[in-house]
Design a protein around this ligand. Structure first.
Ligand code: AMP
Ligand code: ZN
Length: 140
């Protein structure tokens, strides 16, 4: 995709601080880091969200995340990391090329856990939870 900034990084047309590369995956430092070591892991092929990402490329992305999260933590001496995808525009995704974030976390960083994502947490009754679980199981 010519106008995709991450495709341009894959093509070498835009510089990046690459920390890992294989046939399917590229990982590089985020240009606007939330913490030292904030790393992005992307499939080399252009896919907008996890829904469009073929399973084998998803496996490759997860495998890289799995290897890189501990490497990032060690490199910046972080005791933990938040590993997450903004998966779609409504979830805050700004670059429409799938990317996983590895954000090193520190005890005093003022950051919050994934449970702080929404301010209006729904109250769901047992029958609603049963219906949702069944709907997901049917779709997967
Ligand atoms: P998201 O909001 O999940 O789409 O995150 C996009 C991320 O890409 C942001 O954290 C940006 O700082 C990062 N970003 C945008 N352009 C570049 C770039 N040229 N090199 C590295 N990271 C970038
Ligand atoms: Zn792209």
């Amino acid at each position: 995709m010519d106008n995709c900034i991450f495709c341009q990084i894959v093509a070498g047309d835009i510089p990046s601080r690459t920390v890992y590369e294989d046939d399917d995956v590229l990982a590089f430092l985020d240009v606007n880091p939330l913490a030292p070591g904030h790393t992005l892991v992307i499939p080399k092929d252009h896919h907008e969200t996890l829904t469009e990402l073929p399973e084998d490329e998803g496996d490759a992305v997860f495998s890289a995340l799995h290897r890189l999260a501990p490497a990032v933590e060690v490199a910046v001496d972080a005791p933990a990391s938040t590993v997450a995808f903004n998966n779609g525009e409504a979830a805050g995704q700004e670059v429409p090329h799938v990317h996983g974030h590895i954000v090193p976390r520190f005890d005093d960083d003022g950051g919050r856990p994934i449970h702080a994502l929404v301010s209006d947490q729904p109250e769901l009754h047992d029958d609603e939870l049963d219906d949702i679980a069944a709907a997901i199981a049917e779709e997967r």
